[in-house]
Design a protein around this ligand. Sequence first.
Ligand SMILES: Nc1ncnc2c1ncn2[C@@H]1O[C@H](COP(=O)(O)OP(=O)(O)OP(=O)(O)O)[C@@H](O)[C@H]1O
Ligand SMILES: [Mg+2]
Length: 323
Amino acid sequence: MIDVKNLTKRYGRMVAVDDISFHVDAGSIVGFLGPNGAGKSTTLKILTCFLSATVGKVTVAGHDVLSESVAVRQKTGYMPEAVSLYGEMRVGEYLMFRAGLREIPRRARRGAVEGAAQRCWLLQPEDMMRRRLGELSRGYQQRVGLADVLLHNPPVLVLDEPTIGLDPAQIRSMRELILSLRGDHTVILSSHILAEVEQICDYLIVIAGGKIAASGTPEALRKSVTGPSRIVAEVKGDPDAVMRGVGAMKGVRQVDQAAHGNWLRITIQGDENSDHRAEVAKLAAEKGWPLRELRKEVGSLEDFFIQITYKQSVQAAGEVSRL
Ligand SMILES: Nc1ncnc2c1ncn2[C@@H]1O[C@H](COP(=O)(O)OP(=O)(O)OP(=O)(O)O)[C@@H](O)[C@H]1O
Ligand SMILES: [Mg+2]
């Protein structure tokens, strides 16, 4: 449904998007994830014909964004980062105005507005459609922004940080709303919050420094999280003896200690795929150290995200310093 090939966008000498390619299947929800300045909004603007690419080919619903921009705009609903609303207009009035701009036939406009308003929970409270846009809370403004892009029921929705600035309850309702679009619509949304997109998206594309750093289903990305293993243990024993005993184990790279009341909490960083739990338990038993906790910490998707985006920023800094 969306096909991006070798897309590059430069702003003057600055490369915001650097030769990225990806594909989005019809009916899926894809998360575009990356830190600030990664190139998310730039890419989404190109997909929706608000910016032109410097290099590369992008098709949306089978239409080229450059040569068939009218067809692309008809088939996409784009919610930009900052939803700009006309403060003086009333919700219903604004949506009717937007329906007109989208060339929805006069007879069908009221139905389209009511349908979109209902989907975006704008029919409650009762007077919502008569409220002025400038007086709405942030969450309701986002809902109006989303209702606006749903008016012409486009098959492709491009949502740039749809949950930014929302409170947890609003984030949940926005999430449910986006999930309700799955199947009938193809959705690409951006975010820099991993936990959020992980719950909504079928597929994640991680972008950092204008490049794709990783992509895959949330499960596949989670499985690819490796890195050093980490064991946490809490024992009672002479700190020096504990540090010596654990530090002497094969494959242990680093041991850190911290006092937790009468207990000594140690964190063991070991080689990849190593697991020192059995050895720690054995040592504690031999030495007579009471042991109240012993667990292995597995790398989270969040660690992975931070790792790869950090790696990218270090690389980028290296490239700059070589210039
Ligand atoms: N109009 C512009 N002119 C010059 N540089 C720009 C312009 N728009 C964006 N940039 C730069 O391009 C890079 C990518 O910006 P972009 O807005 O795509 O990032 P983003 O991933 O959406 O970030 P954020 O999470 O902060 O929204 C940034 O370094 C930004 O400063
Ligand atoms: Mg952005």
